[in-house]
Design a protein around this ligand. Structure first.
Ligand SMILES: Cc1cc2nc3c(=O)[nH]c(=O)nc-3n(C[C@H](O)[C@H](O)[C@H](O)COP(=O)(O)O)c2cc1C
Length: 415
């Protein structure tokens, strides 16, 4: 439930709920106008335990809430009478032009939403012209994903088990042509996702209510479970044979994540991986500095979509400070809370070179597979183009913090 005063649940355009407003939840993508339509269809189609996995955050979900509130606290100060006839969202990411400054974020267990979901996400990204980041916990083989024509394929690494595992994963990522490595560092200790946990009776067994609810979603069963539960296709061979069930293997991998992961390991991985190297999950200025000292090519600010540390700030809260530290030395991306083109523009104005989307593109996936992901990307682009024009800014390169005003900033003139 939305309890944020910054984001009212009811529109001011309604009086006592009138006119009654509805999202479009049908299957005609040309009638979908916003990410919230795709989200509403996702909620119509997916069983409850899948929704808890997709939507949920850690603890009291304060970080999750903050990720949206942070956007709501910035308001635009649009210019007028600016020639807007040639605006574009194109911008280089890692030196290559992207259709817009966005990459699809790594998300694990995509096979829960539909079979071959990683392939669907990657195909849509390739067709649209943005990078796709594949998670270590993905369900399609990285070599299969890499074979998609025109794909900019980033590989996200979780460090687990001994060094030989990440060495092997990097060898494969390199040989199948991954453009960049994204090392996620904020998940060595798994976030306490209460709501997700409540859908299981034991660690390896869903509750009866979960099973009954899942059975009531035959369309989802047909699309996601036609060949049984998904497998962690890229890492399952490292898992002992008697722990290879879906939930069992997820817990086993989680248990093998070294709590001792440190900047020394970053130095080793940096030494090993010669292509662009991002660290994902940074929220403290000291860590931005450490990452720079360790020779990364990019930093991805974020709180794992509110699924790790609760009561954390959001990536947006950290952007200006991070940009000030980084200058123009490396690429600065952010992830968390992007649901509208206008969110992307705010992030760019506050210093990001680009953004990552997790749930927004997953709603598209759940709504209609590859086409739904493409539609989600297209919606974000259309909205950002429209808003850019309304802002009176001729190009995204001209976006800066001056176009925004924080709601808690003192009124002018200051006294
Ligand atoms: C269902 C789900 C699974 C995720 N799995 C991973 C993962 O395997 N690796 C990772 O680095 N981040 C993972 N994340 C975090 C995302 O990469 C991203 O940071 C986050 O979703 C951004 O917030 P947003 O969903 O509001 O866009 C996951 C997020 C979600 C929602």
């Amino acid at each position: 439930m939305n309890t944020s005063p910054a984001i009212p649940a009811v529109s001011v355009a309604q009086m006592h709920g009138s006119p009654r407003r509805r999202y479009y939840t049908g299957r005609h993508l040309d009638r979908v106008h916003a990410i919230s339509d795709l989200r509403a269809r996702t909620h119509k189609l997916m069983p409850r335990f899948v929704l808890e996995y997709l939507e949920g955050g850690a603890g009291e979900e304060a970080t999750l809430r903050r990720e949206r509130e942070a956007f709501a606290e910035w308001r635009y100060r649009p210019h007028t009478l600016v020639d807007e006839s040639h605006r574009s969202l194109k911008r280089p990411l890692l030196g290559r032009e992207a259709a817009m400054p966005l990459a699809i974020a790594p998300t694990g267990l995509n096979g829960l939403f539909m079979r071959h979901a990683d392939m669907a996400l990657a195909r849509a990204a390739a067709q649209f012209g943005v990078p796709f980041t594949q998670s270590t916990m993905s369900n399609d083989r990285m070599e299969d994903v890499a074979s998609i024509a025109g794909l900019r394929h980033w590989w996200q690494l979780y460090v687990f088990g001994g060094e030989e595992i990440w060495q092997e994963l990097l060898r494969r990522a390199e040989s199948c042509g991954c453009e960049a490595l994204v090392l996620t560092t904020n998940s060595q200790i798994f976030g306490d996702r209460e709501w997700d946990s409540r859908t299981r009776a034991t660690r390896s067994r869903p509750s009866l209510a979960t099973l009954i609810d899942a059975a009531c979603h035959p369309r989802w069963c047909a699309s996601a479970l036609s060949h049984g539960m998904p497998r962690f296709a890229n890492v399952i061979d490292f898992v002992p044979k008697d722990r290879r069930g879906f939930f069992e293997s997820a817990f086993w991998i989680r248990e093998q994540m070294p709590r001792s992961l440190s900047w020394n390991d970053i130095a080793k991985i940096r030494d090993r991986w010669k292509r662009p190297f991002f660290i994902k999950g940074i929220l403290h200025p000291d860590d931005v500095r450490q990452a720079l000292d360790h020779g990364v090519d990019g930093i991805i600010l974020g709180s794992h979509g509110g699924r790790q540390m609760d009561w954390a700030i959001s990536a947006l809260d950290m952007l200006r400070e991070a940009r000030e530290i980084i200058g123009d030395r490396v690429t600065l991306l952010m992830s968390g809370g992007i649901r509208h083109g206008t969110d992307m523009l705010k992030a760019l104005a506050l210093g990001a070179d680009g953004v990552l989307t997790g749930r927004a593109t997953l709603y598209g996936l759940c709504a209609d597979g590859e086409d739904g992901v493409y539609r989600a990307l297209d919606i974000l682009k259309e909205q950002a183009m429209n808003e850019l024009g309304q802002l009176g800014v001729p190009s995204i390169d001209a976006l800066g913090p001056d176009i925004l005003r924080h709601m808690h900033a003192p009124p002018f003139p200051q006294v």
